[in-house]
Design a protein around this ligand. Sequence first.
Ligand SMILES: [Zn+2]
Length: 505
Amino acid sequence: MLNTSITVFIGSIPITLRTIIINEGLRRRRWTIAATSLLIAASTHAGDSHQYTISVDASLSKMTVAARFSTAVTEISARSEDAPQILDAAYDCDAGEKLDTRGRRLVLPKAGITCLHYRVDLREGANSGRLSRILDPANIVVSPTLWMWRPRLSAADEIHVQFRLPDNVQVSVPWQPLNDVDNSFRLVASPQSGIAIAVFGAFDTVVVDVAGTALRIAILNSRSDVDTPAVAEWVRETAGIIALAYGRFPNTSARIVVIPVGVSLWGGDSAVPFGRVVRDGGETIELFINEQRPVSEYYGAWTATHEFSHLLLPYVQRGQRWISEGFAQYYQNLLLARAGQYTEIHAWQELVDGFERGRQSAPDRSPNAATADGERSARMKIYWSGAALALMADVELRRRSGGGESLDIVLDRMQQCCLPSAGTWSGVDLFRKFDTLVDEPLFMDLYRQYADATGFPDIRRLLEQLGVRAEGGEVRLSDDAELATIRRALTIPDPRTSKRATDER
Ligand SMILES: [Zn+2]
């Protein structure tokens, strides 16, 4: 249960209470379950630091942006090709000159500019997206790629963004919040793995504590009711499962956006039809829910656990996502067992079924080649070959160290050194890095052996050693097998790293 204090936003003033208040002045109640402060100290850094002040009107139709650059900038662009269509006007505010656009760029004087003002037709931007037909119009989704005109950021640069919003308007952006009350954020370089969304208007903002990390959740308003406390508790529990990998949530500034889409958008009857991780300006996990289904059904869907598992790795380039998908598949099943949602045998049934689907998928292609071909022809190869490698590495690490090392520990060290990462990693970058985090390298050996080899990594003997036997497709576990102790350790939390996570749960 949610046993923390509750903060209700009345206007922009947070009032902390133990009970829920319904603010009659707002269309809906909005409340924050504040577990820990989101306060993040501003870092000192060597690069440019630009200042943006962004205002949105109460009807969510117009956005006004005032930007001050720390040095004259000679190039300003927006990421979306549609951005110029919703740009009302842009000015060089030092010279008082109107600026033209050429494609996605502003045409700037040769010496550059230090001051930029522009207006955006926010509502038009929202209406161009599919979510506008599904969500309550009191909250709108408009990606920053449509309205954020800015210089390119090097790794050392940052933009401080301060939103000035009317009392009934909240904002959710992927950027790092600088505090939990005044809507200011820090935008730094990121892999831009996809297009992150921004949300404006009336929606629920909840902060939950996951193994000591304050996770921000935006729960958007659909045209039908969403059970906010129950949905927030589901997200908290599911995110908590990830802490069973090594005792912490991988990213302290991740943002979660829950998007109620009913059955209208992504079809199907699933309670959680779709999810994705977007590493654009920060790490966002988008969870699409069917709010017409009871929240109890969300717990049975593995979509959210899979998406959260992606955060255990940095962003791996799209052409090699058999690594990120495979590690997520592997961890999602182990972690659901560690959390008690799967029995040990069920986790192995899922893994063995997956490996078999992977083995049958595009057998004449290697993982790298199959991923380059695209998902349609080799989906199961993309989703399971990396899981087989993860299993091989995990078992070998545990076997040769007598349990002293494990994939959990490698990922723990990876998080400490490198996550969240602003970069895009190749498979070789990642496996080389992993090899520096263990006593004796093994990841690059696995990569060389399997990444460009046709067929599927042969793990039949390994499964046998672990005491995992599939007879007629049905898994049986044997505790007499040579590596049965290692197998059992995979599906229980490691007491060295997960004590804190289990305490929190
Ligand atoms: Zn995935």
